[in-house]
Design a binder for this molecule. Structure first.
Ligand code: ZN
Length: 312
């Protein structure tokens, strides 16, 4: 059997978090306000341990540095992607992320953050914030100064299976009753524009109005997502987004599928079901990496998957 890298999630307690990471995925969460599971991460704020496979017991950042050939890399720079499951039982703050160029100069050489969301589940009336209604930079500045948040932010209804690409400079917020799989650049830089005047330990959380105004794209522009669905014998496959930072695909396997791993490396997130990957048991909530040069992988069972990779 070829070596598959299985990862252990890192959990984050958040004001707005809930318990669905335990009830849906069976994860051993640290408390009742667990907002995020960093399921594929080599970031210093939450570095996944390797559960099984090469480097078992070490972290993903260790493997990236010491076995770069597994990722088709020379080990320079950072592991490029970060995958999270987010359980929002309350609204997240309205926020925006910088691009690579802005983050490099203003955030100690960090990467910027392009991210995308796959809606795993949500309440029937759930909504999300993507974009804003200001037509010009002056109007944006004015609406922010006057705190006209209701006029400014753009709220969209969502449903299970929706997918959104959030480019740097996009005003956005996940809202209550939403479970999301987020694939993003390996960055933890967030500028908070508005936090509903909530208090944490008696104080409002810090806002970053100046930096937000620097980076917000104006006017807002939606990014088209979703490609053609390919029907195979026993599976279907659809490209959700292909951008310079990553490619993300959705796979629905009814009996089996042969997945060809020709990328630097391939991340696989098991959203639903159970089965095997080249004979190795896999189930809902598992996240693994097929390393460089893996070749073809046979996936059997009833499985719903998201795969992601960087551009070769
Ligand atoms: Zn974000």
């Amino acid at each position: 059997m070829k070596d598959i890298i299985f990862l252990q999630p890192v959990f984050k307690q958040m004001l707005w978090g809930g318990t669905r990471l335990r009830t849906e995925y069976g994860y051993d969460i640290p408390g009742g306000h667990t907002g995020e599971a960093w399921v594929v991460s080599a970031h210093s704020h939450g570095d996944c341990a390797i559960k099984e496979g090469p480097g078992a017991g070490k972290t993903l950042s260790w493997l990236w540095k010491n076995r770069p050939e597994l990722f088709g890399s020379d080990g320079a720079g950072q592991f490029p992607l970060l995958v999270k499951i987010i359980d929002a039982s309350d609204d997240l703050s309205i926020q925006v992320h910088p691009d690579d160029a802005y983050a490099r100069t203003h955030e100690n050489g960090s990467m910027g953050k392009t991210e995308c969301w796959y809606v795993l589940d949500c309440d029937p009336d759930a909504t999300i914030v993507i974009g804003h209604n200001a037509k010009t930079r002056d109007e944006l500045r004015q609406m922010v100064t006057e705190k006209r948040w209701g006029d400014l932010i753009r709220i969209l209804p969502i449903k299970k299976g929706d997918f959104f690409q959030i480019e740097p400079g996009t005003v956005h917020a996940i809202r209550r009753g939403t479970l999301i799989l987020e694939t993003q650049q390996n960055s933890d830089i967030t500028y908070r524009l508005y936090d509903y005047d909530r208090l944490q330990d008696g104080k409002p959380r810090e806002l970053h109005i100046g930096k937000s105004l620097d980076v917000i794209r104006c006017p807002h522009r939606d990014v088209p997502v979703g490609g053609e669905q390919t029907e195979g014998d026993g599976f279907s496959r659809r490209c959700l987004i292909s951008c310079p930072c990553y490619c993300v695909e959705k796979w629905d396997i009814r009996t089996s599928a042969c997945l060809s791993q020709d990328y630097p490396f391939l991340i696989v997130d098991v959203l639903e079901g159970e089965g095997t990957a080249d004979g190795h048991p896999i189930r809902k909530g598992d996240h693994f990496i097929l390393p460089n040069g893996y070749g073809s992988c046979t996936l059997s069972g009833t499985l719903s998957l998201i795969t992601s990779h960087v551009q070769a």
